[in-house]
Ligand binder design. Structure first.
Ligand code: AVJ
Length: 298
Protein backbone atom coordinates (compact mmCIF):
# COMPACT_ATOMS: atom_id res chain seq x y z
CA UNK A 1 0.00 0.00 0.00
CA UNK A 2 2.81 2.43 0.96
CA UNK A 3 4.68 1.63 -2.29
CA UNK A 4 1.63 2.68 -4.30
CA UNK A 5 1.46 6.05 -2.57
CA UNK A 6 5.09 6.69 -3.55
CA UNK A 7 4.41 6.24 -7.27
CA UNK A 8 4.32 9.20 -9.71
CA UNK A 9 0.62 8.35 -10.26
CA UNK A 10 -0.32 7.41 -6.73
CA UNK A 11 -2.25 4.12 -6.67
CA UNK A 12 -3.73 1.63 -4.19
CA UNK A 13 -4.76 -1.87 -5.40
CA UNK A 14 -8.57 -2.49 -5.22
CA UNK A 15 -8.13 -5.60 -3.06
CA UNK A 16 -7.67 -3.21 -0.12
CA UNK A 17 -11.29 -2.06 -0.42
CA UNK A 18 -12.52 -5.19 1.35
CA UNK A 19 -12.09 -4.76 5.07
CA UNK A 20 -15.24 -5.47 7.12
CA UNK A 21 -16.73 -2.02 6.42
CA UNK A 22 -15.70 -2.12 2.77
CA UNK A 23 -17.31 -5.56 2.31
CA UNK A 24 -20.56 -4.25 3.83
CA UNK A 25 -20.48 -1.16 1.61
CA UNK A 26 -19.91 -3.37 -1.43
CA UNK A 27 -22.95 -5.48 -0.48
CA UNK A 28 -24.93 -2.23 -0.46
CA UNK A 29 -23.50 -1.25 -3.89
CA UNK A 30 -24.83 -4.55 -5.27
CA UNK A 31 -28.38 -3.45 -4.32
CA UNK A 32 -28.16 0.06 -5.83
CA UNK A 33 -30.53 0.89 -8.73
CA UNK A 34 -27.61 2.19 -10.83
CA UNK A 35 -25.36 -0.83 -10.23
CA UNK A 36 -26.85 -3.32 -12.72
CA UNK A 37 -24.07 -6.02 -12.89
CA UNK A 38 -25.16 -8.03 -9.83
CA UNK A 39 -28.84 -8.18 -10.84
CA UNK A 40 -28.01 -8.90 -14.50
CA UNK A 41 -25.67 -11.77 -13.59
CA UNK A 42 -28.15 -13.25 -11.12
CA UNK A 43 -31.00 -13.09 -13.66
CA UNK A 44 -28.99 -14.80 -16.43
CA UNK A 45 -27.67 -17.43 -14.03
CA UNK A 46 -31.20 -18.24 -12.91
CA UNK A 47 -32.58 -18.45 -16.44
CA UNK A 48 -29.65 -20.49 -17.82
CA UNK A 49 -29.10 -22.81 -14.84
CA UNK A 50 -30.03 -26.10 -16.64
CA UNK A 51 -27.60 -25.31 -19.50
CA UNK A 52 -24.89 -24.22 -17.06
CA UNK A 53 -25.45 -27.47 -15.16
CA UNK A 54 -25.05 -29.54 -18.32
CA UNK A 55 -21.89 -27.66 -19.30
CA UNK A 56 -20.20 -28.10 -15.90
CA UNK A 57 -21.47 -31.54 -14.90
CA UNK A 58 -22.24 -32.73 -11.37
CA UNK A 59 -20.27 -34.26 -8.48
CA UNK A 60 -17.10 -32.45 -9.52
CA UNK A 61 -15.02 -29.90 -7.63
CA UNK A 62 -16.17 -26.28 -7.65
CA UNK A 63 -13.55 -23.61 -6.93
CA UNK A 64 -14.87 -20.07 -6.55
CA UNK A 65 -12.74 -16.94 -6.67
CA UNK A 66 -14.81 -14.97 -4.21
CA UNK A 67 -16.30 -15.62 -0.80
CA UNK A 68 -19.32 -17.59 -1.91
CA UNK A 69 -21.76 -15.34 -0.10
CA UNK A 70 -23.87 -14.71 -3.15
CA UNK A 71 -27.21 -16.15 -4.13
CA UNK A 72 -25.57 -17.08 -7.47
CA UNK A 73 -23.24 -19.46 -5.65
CA UNK A 74 -26.09 -21.18 -3.89
CA UNK A 75 -27.97 -21.64 -7.16
CA UNK A 76 -24.88 -23.28 -8.65
CA UNK A 77 -24.29 -25.51 -5.61
CA UNK A 78 -27.86 -26.81 -5.78
CA UNK A 79 -27.55 -27.47 -9.52
CA UNK A 80 -24.03 -28.89 -9.69
CA UNK A 81 -24.04 -30.70 -6.31
CA UNK A 82 -20.23 -30.66 -6.27
CA UNK A 83 -18.41 -33.22 -4.14
CA UNK A 84 -16.20 -30.39 -2.86
CA UNK A 85 -16.51 -26.59 -2.81
CA UNK A 86 -13.45 -24.35 -2.45
CA UNK A 87 -14.17 -20.62 -1.94
CA UNK A 88 -11.05 -18.44 -2.23
CA UNK A 89 -11.18 -14.88 -0.88
CA UNK A 90 -8.81 -12.26 0.48
CA UNK A 91 -11.45 -10.98 2.94
CA UNK A 92 -11.05 -13.62 5.67
CA UNK A 93 -13.96 -12.31 7.77
CA UNK A 94 -16.43 -12.33 4.86
CA UNK A 95 -15.16 -15.78 3.87
CA UNK A 96 -15.66 -17.26 7.35
CA UNK A 97 -19.20 -15.84 7.53
CA UNK A 98 -20.08 -17.25 4.10
CA UNK A 99 -18.64 -20.70 4.89
CA UNK A 100 -20.57 -20.98 8.20
CA UNK A 101 -23.79 -20.18 6.36
CA UNK A 102 -23.07 -22.61 3.51
CA UNK A 103 -22.29 -25.46 5.91
CA UNK A 104 -25.66 -24.90 7.60
CA UNK A 105 -27.52 -24.70 4.28
CA UNK A 106 -25.68 -27.59 2.53
CA UNK A 107 -24.86 -30.18 5.22
CA UNK A 108 -23.91 -32.71 2.49
CA UNK A 109 -21.24 -30.43 1.00
CA UNK A 110 -17.50 -30.61 1.78
CA UNK A 111 -16.32 -27.00 2.04
CA UNK A 112 -12.59 -26.23 2.00
CA UNK A 113 -12.10 -22.44 2.25
CA UNK A 114 -8.85 -20.77 1.18
CA UNK A 115 -8.13 -17.27 2.50
CA UNK A 116 -5.83 -15.86 -0.14
CA UNK A 117 -5.26 -13.59 -3.10
CA UNK A 118 -6.57 -15.36 -6.22
CA UNK A 119 -4.59 -13.08 -8.52
CA UNK A 120 -1.51 -14.97 -7.28
CA UNK A 121 -0.66 -18.63 -7.99
CA UNK A 122 -2.68 -20.69 -5.49
CA UNK A 123 -2.00 -24.25 -4.35
CA UNK A 124 -5.37 -25.92 -4.02
CA UNK A 125 -4.98 -29.47 -2.70
CA UNK A 126 -5.72 -32.10 -5.39
CA UNK A 127 -9.08 -33.84 -5.18
CA UNK A 128 -10.39 -37.12 -6.65
CA UNK A 129 -8.47 -37.68 -9.93
CA UNK A 130 -11.59 -38.53 -11.97
CA UNK A 131 -13.52 -35.50 -10.85
CA UNK A 132 -13.93 -32.51 -13.10
CA UNK A 133 -12.63 -29.21 -11.74
CA UNK A 134 -14.77 -26.13 -12.38
CA UNK A 135 -13.56 -22.61 -11.55
CA UNK A 136 -16.30 -20.02 -10.94
CA UNK A 137 -15.25 -16.36 -11.20
CA UNK A 138 -18.39 -14.22 -11.07
CA UNK A 139 -19.16 -10.53 -10.74
CA UNK A 140 -16.78 -9.22 -13.42
CA UNK A 141 -13.99 -9.08 -10.84
CA UNK A 142 -11.74 -10.14 -13.72
CA UNK A 143 -12.26 -6.51 -14.79
CA UNK A 144 -9.95 -5.37 -11.99
CA UNK A 145 -7.03 -6.93 -13.88
CA UNK A 146 -5.44 -5.31 -16.92
CA UNK A 147 -5.97 -7.38 -20.12
CA UNK A 148 -2.36 -8.59 -19.82
CA UNK A 149 -2.87 -9.64 -16.18
CA UNK A 150 -6.23 -11.23 -17.10
CA UNK A 151 -4.55 -13.27 -19.84
CA UNK A 152 -1.89 -14.54 -17.40
CA UNK A 153 -4.61 -15.27 -14.83
CA UNK A 154 -6.66 -17.25 -17.38
CA UNK A 155 -3.54 -19.18 -18.36
CA UNK A 156 -2.88 -19.98 -14.65
CA UNK A 157 -6.50 -21.11 -14.22
CA UNK A 158 -6.31 -23.21 -17.40
CA UNK A 159 -3.37 -24.99 -15.80
CA UNK A 160 -5.36 -25.54 -12.58
CA UNK A 161 -8.50 -27.01 -14.20
CA UNK A 162 -6.71 -29.25 -16.72
CA UNK A 163 -7.89 -30.45 -20.17
CA UNK A 164 -11.29 -31.69 -18.88
CA UNK A 165 -11.86 -28.68 -16.65
CA UNK A 166 -14.25 -25.77 -17.03
CA UNK A 167 -14.33 -22.11 -16.10
CA UNK A 168 -17.40 -19.90 -15.62
CA UNK A 169 -16.46 -16.23 -15.73
CA UNK A 170 -18.74 -13.24 -15.37
CA UNK A 171 -17.85 -10.26 -17.58
CA UNK A 172 -19.41 -6.80 -17.64
CA UNK A 173 -19.92 -5.79 -21.29
CA UNK A 174 -19.14 -2.52 -23.03
CA UNK A 175 -22.19 -0.26 -23.27
CA UNK A 176 -23.43 3.33 -23.28
CA UNK A 177 -20.92 5.28 -21.16
CA UNK A 178 -23.77 7.07 -19.35
CA UNK A 179 -24.94 3.75 -17.89
CA UNK A 180 -21.38 2.89 -16.87
CA UNK A 181 -20.80 6.32 -15.35
CA UNK A 182 -23.98 6.10 -13.25
CA UNK A 183 -23.06 2.61 -11.97
CA UNK A 184 -19.90 4.03 -10.33
CA UNK A 185 -21.39 7.40 -9.31
CA UNK A 186 -24.63 6.41 -7.58
CA UNK A 187 -26.98 9.14 -6.34
CA UNK A 188 -26.82 7.94 -2.71
CA UNK A 189 -23.01 8.22 -2.64
CA UNK A 190 -22.44 4.63 -1.49
CA UNK A 191 -19.65 4.08 -4.05
CA UNK A 192 -18.02 7.31 -2.87
CA UNK A 193 -18.05 6.01 0.71
CA UNK A 194 -16.70 2.64 -0.48
CA UNK A 195 -13.82 4.46 -2.20
CA UNK A 196 -13.11 6.86 0.69
CA UNK A 197 -13.17 3.96 3.16
CA UNK A 198 -9.72 3.06 1.81
CA UNK A 199 -8.31 6.20 3.48
CA UNK A 200 -10.13 5.42 6.74
CA UNK A 201 -8.62 1.93 6.61
CA UNK A 202 -5.08 3.35 6.15
CA UNK A 203 -5.67 5.67 9.12
CA UNK A 204 -6.92 2.77 11.24
CA UNK A 205 -4.44 0.08 10.25
CA UNK A 206 -1.30 2.00 9.24
CA UNK A 207 -1.53 5.09 11.43
CA UNK A 208 -2.41 7.43 8.57
CA UNK A 209 -3.42 11.08 8.92
CA UNK A 210 -5.79 11.27 5.96
CA UNK A 211 -8.57 13.86 6.44
CA UNK A 212 -11.40 12.30 4.41
CA UNK A 213 -13.09 15.71 4.00
CA UNK A 214 -10.11 16.83 1.94
CA UNK A 215 -10.51 14.06 -0.67
CA UNK A 216 -13.33 13.33 -3.11
CA UNK A 217 -14.52 10.29 -5.08
CA UNK A 218 -14.02 10.52 -8.86
CA UNK A 219 -15.01 7.78 -11.31
CA UNK A 220 -15.17 8.02 -15.11
CA UNK A 221 -15.23 5.80 -18.20
CA UNK A 222 -11.91 5.85 -20.07
CA UNK A 223 -13.23 4.85 -23.50
CA UNK A 224 -9.85 4.42 -25.30
CA UNK A 225 -8.79 1.90 -22.62
CA UNK A 226 -12.28 0.42 -22.23
CA UNK A 227 -12.31 0.75 -18.45
CA UNK A 228 -13.98 2.57 -15.59
CA UNK A 229 -11.35 4.29 -13.48
CA UNK A 230 -11.91 5.16 -9.84
CA UNK A 231 -9.78 7.79 -8.16
CA UNK A 232 -9.63 9.80 -4.92
CA UNK A 233 -8.92 13.46 -5.68
CA UNK A 234 -7.00 15.69 -3.28
CA UNK A 235 -9.13 18.81 -2.83
CA UNK A 236 -6.18 20.94 -1.72
CA UNK A 237 -2.41 21.02 -1.57
CA UNK A 238 -1.66 18.90 1.52
CA UNK A 239 0.70 16.52 3.27
CA UNK A 240 -0.36 13.18 4.71
CA UNK A 241 1.61 10.97 7.08
CA UNK A 242 1.32 7.19 6.99
CA UNK A 243 3.41 5.77 9.81
CA UNK A 244 6.94 7.11 9.24
CA UNK A 245 6.21 8.11 5.64
CA UNK A 246 5.08 11.60 4.50
CA UNK A 247 3.29 12.07 1.19
CA UNK A 248 2.67 15.40 -0.50
CA UNK A 249 -0.47 15.97 -2.58
CA UNK A 250 -1.01 18.82 -5.02
CA UNK A 251 -4.53 20.21 -5.39
CA UNK A 252 -6.31 18.00 -7.94
CA UNK A 253 -3.77 15.18 -7.67
CA UNK A 254 -5.35 11.73 -7.47
CA UNK A 255 -4.87 8.29 -5.98
CA UNK A 256 -5.91 5.68 -8.57
CA UNK A 257 -7.92 3.07 -6.64
CA UNK A 258 -9.54 0.78 -9.22
CA UNK A 259 -9.86 -0.18 -12.86
CA UNK A 260 -12.96 -2.00 -14.02
CA UNK A 261 -12.36 -3.18 -17.59
CA UNK A 262 -15.37 -3.75 -19.84
CA UNK A 263 -15.24 -6.09 -22.84
CA UNK A 264 -17.21 -6.86 -25.98
CA UNK A 265 -18.04 -10.55 -26.43
CA UNK A 266 -15.48 -10.85 -29.24
CA UNK A 267 -12.77 -9.11 -27.19
CA UNK A 268 -13.25 -11.47 -24.26
CA UNK A 269 -13.34 -14.54 -26.53
CA UNK A 270 -9.93 -13.61 -27.93
CA UNK A 271 -8.59 -12.89 -24.43
CA UNK A 272 -9.78 -16.36 -23.33
CA UNK A 273 -8.10 -17.91 -26.38
CA UNK A 274 -4.84 -16.16 -25.48
CA UNK A 275 -5.22 -17.75 -22.03
CA UNK A 276 -5.52 -21.26 -23.47
CA UNK A 277 -9.31 -21.48 -23.28
CA UNK A 278 -12.07 -21.71 -25.87
CA UNK A 279 -15.36 -19.91 -25.18
CA UNK A 280 -17.69 -22.90 -25.54
CA UNK A 281 -20.82 -21.29 -24.10
CA UNK A 282 -22.14 -17.76 -23.76
CA UNK A 283 -25.06 -16.67 -21.60
CA UNK A 284 -26.35 -13.10 -21.69
CA UNK A 285 -28.95 -11.24 -19.65
CA UNK A 286 -32.08 -9.92 -21.38
CA UNK A 287 -30.54 -6.47 -21.96
CA UNK A 288 -27.19 -7.98 -23.03
CA UNK A 289 -25.39 -5.85 -20.43
CA UNK A 290 -23.56 -8.76 -18.76
CA UNK A 291 -22.13 -12.06 -19.97
CA UNK A 292 -21.31 -15.39 -18.36
CA UNK A 293 -18.74 -17.30 -20.42
CA UNK A 294 -18.41 -21.08 -20.24
CA UNK A 295 -14.75 -21.81 -21.00
CA UNK A 296 -13.18 -25.16 -21.81
CA UNK A 297 -9.72 -26.28 -22.94
CA UNK A 298 -8.86 -24.87 -26.38
C1 AVJ B 1 -16.32 -6.29 -7.56
C2 AVJ B 1 -14.65 -5.44 -8.98
C3 AVJ B 1 -16.64 -6.31 -9.91
O1 AVJ B 1 -15.60 -3.23 -10.56
O2 AVJ B 1 -17.76 -3.27 -10.64
C4 AVJ B 1 -18.22 -1.70 -7.59
C5 AVJ B 1 -16.24 -3.35 -7.61
N1 AVJ B 1 -16.22 -0.84 -7.60
N2 AVJ B 1 -18.34 -0.35 -7.56
C6 AVJ B 1 -16.69 -3.51 -10.07
C7 AVJ B 1 -16.89 -2.00 -7.61
C8 AVJ B 1 -17.12 0.15 -7.57
C9 AVJ B 1 -16.77 -4.21 -8.73
N3 AVJ B 1 -16.07 -5.54 -8.80
Amino acid sequence: MIAGLALKQKAIPPKYFYDARGSRLFERICRLPEYYPTRAELALTRSSLPAIGRFCGRQGELIEYGSGSSLKTRLLLRRLRPARYVPVDIAAAALARAVARLEREFPWLEVRAVAGDFSRPLSIPAFGAGRRRVVYFPGSTIGNLTPEEAQAFLRMTRGQVGPRGRMLVGVDLKKDSRILHAAYNDAQGVTARFNLNLLARINRELGGSFDLRRFAHYAFYNAPLGRIEMHLVSLARQQVDVGAHRFAFAAGETIHTENSYKYSVAEFESLAAAGGFAARRLWLDRREQFALFGLGAA
